[in-house]
Write a protein that binds this ligand. Structure first.
Ligand code: BMA
Length: 312
């Protein structure tokens, strides 16, 4: 078995988006959600940190998902603490899910409350106007996404509550997107010296495949020099997504390039979104690099599933 599979290949133009591309002054752009619009355009909903230190979200659109990004001239989705006080310290790390039943996109994001991060939901048709549902999981909770359709009649939300000092991935269910219950542990952080010991979280939304929900997740390794954020793979049952079918033992993507090693928070690769190309297999993974810029890596869904067959 190849111990170092190249499941994701970095784009030669990386980082593809930086603060210097922004039409207004910002400190950093990172951790973007991604989706393909109906006309095939790639939309990234980027986390943008301005020079107050707080974050908002800003849309960037590109016809080929690599070049010629058109960035909204103003913040697309700003914190609204007057109506949603839980957004007082900003909005961060979105994940986008297109929901056919609603014919709209669900954006699940971190609302930075006075008591730490919570999970909030907004719905949009066009990424210009948004309907907020407010906080759906109270702090401390983040790294969340909605699954694109109901499972056994219920909506499903993957999220990452913190039970300090450890943090695991959970799933919860709802009939109406507002009231959540049926909370189940989906995947635990390992213990001891593992790369994903103590703290894990969902990265982009899971990919629905015939074999199950394929999840890229991050593991946070604490070292004497700080944390290292790396990515691993796991597979969950299509009809009972709390059931983990496979989990890779090794991480498959971690910080290596200078733009991933150095920045506001070095040693971080943090994807929140991807697009799947028309062949149904090629995947464009968009990730925050060192909490500073946005990078792109390309892979194959079937190669990820094959790797899990061997390493899982
Ligand atoms: C996580 C999140 C991410 C961030 C990462 C590294 O806890 O807050 O937004 O990219 O830490 O700083």
């Amino acid at each position: 078995m190849n111990n170092h599979p190249e499941l994701l290949t970095r784009h030669k133009l990386n980082p593809i988006l930086t603060a210097s591309n922004w039409p207004y002054p910002v400190n950093s752009v990172f951790n973007p959600a991604a989706t393909l619009l109906a006309n095939g355009t790639t939309l990234l909903l980027c986390r943008v940190e301005d020079r107050t230190g707080l974050s908002h979200l800003c849309a960037a659109r590109s016809v080929d998902g690599v070049n010629d990004w058109k960035i909204d001239p103003q913040p697309t989705f700003k914190p609204d603490p007057e109506h949603f006080p839980e957004e007082i310290w900003g909005v961060e790390d979105p994940r986008i899910t297109y929901v056919p039943e609603l014919s709209q996109y669900a954006i699940v994001y971190t609302a930075f409350t006075r008591d730490g991060p919570g999970v909030a939901l907004a719905i949009t048709e066009d990424f210009h106007t948004f309907k907020r549902h407010g906080v759906i999981m109270p702090p401390e909770d983040k790294d969340a996404t909605l699954l694109p359709h109901r499972i056994n009649g219920l909506w499903a939300l993957i999220h990452r509550p913190v039970s300090s000092p450890r943090a695991h991935i959970w799933i919860s269910y709802s009939a109406d997107l507002t009231h959540w219950g049926g909370h189940k542990l989906m995947m635990e952080a390992r213990r001891g010296g593992w790369w994903d010991a103590n703290k894990i979280g969902l990265s982009p939304p899971p990919i629905e495949t015939p074999k199950g929900w394929l999840m890229m997740y991050h593991g946070v390794r604490q070292t004497a020099a700080g944390a290292i954020y790396r990515l691993g793979l796991a597979l969950f049952d299509l009809n009972s997504p709390e059931l983990c079918l496979k989990r890779g033992s090794q991480w498959f993507f971690g910080p290596e390039e200078p733009y991933e090693l150095n920045g506001d928070v070095g040693n971080v690769v943090f994807p929140c979104g991807y697009t799947i190309l028309p062949d149904g297999d090629t995947i464009h993974v968009y990730y925050g690099a060192a909490d500073t810029s946005i990078a792109l890596a390309t892979g194959s869904i079937s190669a990820m599933l094959d790797w899990l067959d061997q390493d899982g």
